[in-house]
Ligand binder design. Structure first.
Ligand code: 6GU
Length: 232
């Protein structure tokens, strides 16, 4: 999979050299390229922002650098998907991560300030699938942290990126037996730690009882932490 990320803070994406994603890059499963938006400016101060038309606080990212950067990068994508992280986007879900993990690649446009001039998304809607996405109902200072989250969620679903396939299919939010529930508690050795014991059932070797217990724990935790998931 080919992933291009455009940002004014390329160093923010350094963690993509680590862990599962870093290993997948080393193995040639993933081709991630991070681009500095300021390389697509032509003024002495490498300006990427300006005041909002209509007034108001903060600054808006100018369309011209985005146009130059996106023209160059999208031309290298046969089936272009343009992801724009923004708190005003659609929720980024496991379902989107699964769909995107089956694509040849994506471009992620990381905005800062109050966002990117809206004409940029309009311009590329004719040439790419443009998807504004949000991680949740809070405001980050820019799209870079969201890009890290999206790349990790998508690429760990690609064949060969996570060693144990079951650890992907058993995820909270993965389609399957526990669909719609978050995972319950997990335990490993030792059987007693600081007076806290591992539930007996997990040591019983009775796979039927263990599965039933895990299901009940998942329902209990979902009710406590995410009651809205139990509606409908
Ligand atoms: Cl995707 N971007 C920004 N800037 N803030 C967010 C977000 C994204 N998701 C939640 N808050």
């Amino acid at each position: 999979m080919r992933i291009d990320i455009i940002t004014i803070f390329p160093d923010y994406l350094a963690p993509l050299g680590l862990s599962l994603v870093g290993k997948a890059r080393d193995q040639g499963l993933l081709d991630i390229r991070v681009h500095d938006l300021r390389d697509s400016t032509h003024d002495r101060h490498r300006t990427v922002d300006d005041e909002p038309y209509g007034g108001g606080p903060g600054m808006v990212m100018r369309p011209e650098p985005w146009g130059e950067a996106l023209d160059a990068v999208l031309a290298q994508h046969p089936d272009p998907l343009l992801v724009i992280p923004t708190p005003s986007g659609m929720p980024f879900t496991q379902s989107l991560a699964t769909q995107w993990s089956r694509r040849p690649g994506m471009v992620i446009a990381c905005g800062r300030y109050e966002g990117i001039d809206a004409r940029v998304a309009d311009e590329y809607a004719g040439r790419a699938e443009v998807v504004p996405v949000s991680l949740g109902d809070y405001v980050l200072a820019g799209g870079e942290v969201a890009a890290l989250a999206i790349v990790e969620a998508v690429t760990r679903l690609m064949p060969g990126v996570v060693g144990n396939e079951a650890s992907v299919t058993d995820d909270s939010f993965a389609p399957g037996a526990m669909e719609g529930l978050v995972e319950g508690p997990v335990y490993t050795r030792p059987p007693e730690w600081r007076g806290h014991v591992v539930p007996d059932v997990l040591l019983s070797g009775d796979h039927g009882r263990i599965a039933a217990w895990r299901r009940e724990q998942a329902e209990r935790r979902t009710g406590a932490m995410r009651p809205e998931l139990l509606e409908g």
